[in-house]
Design a protein around this ligand. Sequence first.
Ligand code: ZN
Length: 301
Amino acid sequence: MSTSRPAETITRFAPSPTGYLHLGHVRSALEGWRAARQARGRFLLRLEDIDQTRCRDDYAAAIVEDLAWLGLDWDGSIRRQSEHLANYQAALDRLEAEGLLYPCFCTRREIQAEIVRAGSAPQGKAGAVYPGTCRQLGAAERARRRAASPSYALRLDVAAALKRTGPLVWSEDGRRINADPAASGDVVLARKEVPTSYHLAVTVDDALQGITLVTRGADLFAATHIHRLLQELLGLPTPRYRHHPLLTDAQGRRLAKRDDALSVRAMRAAGMSAAEVLGAAQHPNRIPGESRDPHSRSTSS
Ligand SMILES: [Zn+2]
């Protein structure tokens, strides 16, 4: 007897508290909130606060307060990644036990030098791809350097992982996308001192929070290739995805996150209503920057 019914739509907004909520964040939050509310589903809030050198409690509090002011209400309690390191460590241990991780001792400078030396550097969507230098190290050498190094990265052996999973796809707003994780190279999943990277934490959290539809900016489309691979390796369900266009100004330039005038705080202080801020997040030609003196300051980043 079948009792299947359509899965509930569960979306999330997952900012990092490294600054105030910005108009670009509002756009992302609104996409997730609206998708959940239209489907009578749930909209969850997660704070991606692993990087304790950049994240601040006062920013976290401001984000929560601004969302409430905007009327973008969320369901349940807020998940803070810094409180769930054991979840990421467990996923990492599983990948390591399956022989899919290797330690990388390269500095940024060494990686750049190796790419130049190799000549035709493969370019990933996010820039130069790690050339795989440390993948060649033998087991004894790895163990010796792990014990001796104060810091190193743990990278995913993407070729070995893909051999395990075979070809992968995901649903992007109803379209079928072929995942190409190899384009990003052997990404970092953790460091010796930090048990997770963005890629690993997002993948684990989306599964633990039961997210069925991931809405986020188009700048994270490339990351989805990696997340799809991690889901398969960790036996996690695959949500649907919807990457929305990034906000741009009248000249087509991406809005600068560093532009303080486009923070919700500043727009509130300037007397804008919540409805006006939400409107500006959907219609780039209505962003408040349009009325500012173009010579007053640079907005590029
Ligand atoms: Zn390396």
